[in-house]
Write a protein that binds this ligand. Structure first.
Ligand SMILES: Nc1ncnc2c1ncn2[C@@H]1O[C@H](COP(=O)(O)OP(=O)(O)OP(=O)(O)O)[C@@H](O)[C@H]1O
Ligand SMILES: [Mg+2]
Length: 473
């Protein structure tokens, strides 16, 4: 099916002229004359690309952009802006717009931009389905894919098992990539609610203006553009679990609204006359130190206490180093099978680097590193060179313990020592050979000679009897 492009503009002639242009490209076209109307189309028809005017009465293009990204992050948005409001467009780029075009819109410019956005949308869709498949790899049965044997990690899993059968609100704390979302799903799966839906909601990404309609839904005709009744996430999660992700990043206004629902346990569709009682278990997660956010006045204390009933802290990977190799081996097995590569293990160098690295991105970083290595790896085992630079440089002995020093084993042949020192100096000077030569107080060509290389980095021919080549003039 040809791609669907949604055009949003409050001026009819603009809609019509763009419709003609896009139809000629063979694209399907949907039209909306307001932000709210556009959101309706986005929810219902999932266009591939949205082309919207920036300045519109009511919901402007910038707000529409944020709402679209919250509902359907894979939809690409191109903004059209009059000269003079370019600043607004620049801000919109930061919010995830794909591109902006200044008015008056030139045919070739808008077609080119939408075509690129379409390409990117299909790429992103591919990556996403890949990621989703990756997320479903098998771990220990019963642990919901969470792998680990370190005491701090097992303690977190034990708490999860213990509270899963109850309806208690659970707050998951942990750095990015420590497995909070997996833990939330495990809580749901192990609960008596597992047959009902698990509904995730990213609180950081939802603009305040659509929070209520997303959470509570609306009746047909509640506002212009509400052509159908829509169920909110609370109702969808009825009997199940609502996962409030990134709660630490909610704006104060959103915090206030959320607090009200949590207190009442009652939701009302916008434009509706009846309120419905919903039975929803709340699981919240954040990578922020929520207590500190409360002390700093950025997070409401009353909301914090509502969420902080049972807290589970997922430890960062550097606090459970004993799990690194276990996780690495698990990921290796999974990715090798998934990519149909017969990679079966790691070299000692690779293992050392994996153990020495600090993993600031936690399990997610490790997972990506192993996936990449499996794909890049030429042999049966993953070597140091197959790992990302950040991991590689953590090998003990490769990186000097302090910048500017080197550890060299006693008994290393002098020639080898020279080479090590030259290479490290070159690293420090980021490959600047003249600077390295100055630091080492030798002529630049001596550096090349000691490394058995010529000025272009090519290996020098050994002399007739294998001796190093003579000094060159
Ligand atoms: N213990 C674990 N065992 C196996 N895989 C894990 C584990 N923890 C995390 N992962 C994997 O690492 C990735 C990141 O995990 P997840 O999305 O749950 O992290 P998060 O804490 O929600 O991170 P963020 O704060 O960035 O949203 C996922 O692909 C997940 O499958
Ligand atoms: Mg997460």
């Amino acid at each position: 099916m040809p791609p669907l492009v949604l055009i949003v503009d409050d001026e009819r002639p603009n809609l019509e002229s763009l419709e003609r242009i896009f139809t000629r490209e063979g694209w399907r076209v949907a039209l909306a004359s307001s932000g709210q109307g556009a959101l309706e189309v986005v929810r219902r028809d999932r266009p591939d690309v949205v082309v919207t005017d920036l300045m519109m009465p009511g919901m402007g293009g910038g707000e529409l952009l944020r709402a679209v990204k919250a509902i359907a992050p894979e939809v690409e948005v191109v903004l059209m802006t009059a000269f003079g409001t370019v600043e607004g467009a620049v801000a919109a780029m930061k919010d995830g717009a794909y591109d902006f075009i200044t008015k008056p819109v030139k045919r070739h410019a808008i077609v080119k931009s939408v075509r690129l956005a379409l390409e990117r949308a299909s790429l992103v869709a591919e990556n996403r389905s890949l990621r989703e498949r990756l997320a479903r790899y098998p771990g220990e049965p019963g642990d919901g894919g969470l792998v680990g044997s370190a005491p701090a990690f097992r303690a977190a899993l034990d708490t999860i098992r213990q509270v899963a059968p109850t309806s208690a609100t659970v707050l998951l704390l942990g750095e990015s990539g420590t497995g909070k979302e997996l833990a939330a799903r495990l809580l749901h799966v192990l609960s008596p609610r597992s047959a009902a839906p698990f509904v995730p909601m990213n609180c950081a990404a939802i603009p305040e203006s659509i929070l209520e309609s997303e959470l509570f839904g609306y009746e047909r005709g509640a506002f212009t553009g509400a052509t159908q009744r829509k169920e909110g996430r609370f109702q969808r999660a009825h009997g199940g679990t609502l996962f409030l992700d990134e709660v630490g990043d909610m704006s104060p206004a959103v915090q206030a609204k959320l607090l009200r629902v949590l207190q009442d346990g009652v939701v009302e569709r916008l434009g509706g006359t009846q309120s419905v009682q919903v039975d929803v278990r709340i699981v919240a997660a954040t990578n922020r130190d929520l207590a500190a956010e409360v002390r700093a006045g950025r997070f409401r204390e009353d909301l914090f206490y509502r969420l902080d009933v049972v807290t589970v802290r997922l430890p960062p990977l550097r606090e459970r180093r004993e799990d690194v190799l276990l996780l690495a081996a698990t990921f290796l097995r999974v990715f090798a099978e998934r990519n149909r590569r017969s990679v079966s293990g790691f070299t000692d160098g690779a293992l050392q680097a994996l153990s020495a690295h600090d993993w600031p991105g936690n399990v997610r970083e490790l997972q990506h590193a192993i996936e990449r290595a499996v794909v890049l790896c030429r042999g049966e085992v993953i070597d140091l060179g197959d790992l990302p630079e950040a991991v590689r440089s953590a090998t003990p002995g490769r990186t000097p313990p302090h910048a500017g020093t080197l550890t060299i084993a006693i008994g290393t042949p002098l020639e080898e020592i020279e080479r090590i020192v030259i290479r490290e100096t070159l690293r420090q000077t980021r490959g600047d050979k003249n600077l390295a030569a100055q630091l080492l107080r030798v002529a630049p060509r001596t550096i090349y000679r000691k490394l058995d290389r010529d000025e272009d980095g090519r290996l020098l021919d050994p002399g007739p009897d294998g001796d190093p080549p003579p000094d060159r003039p």
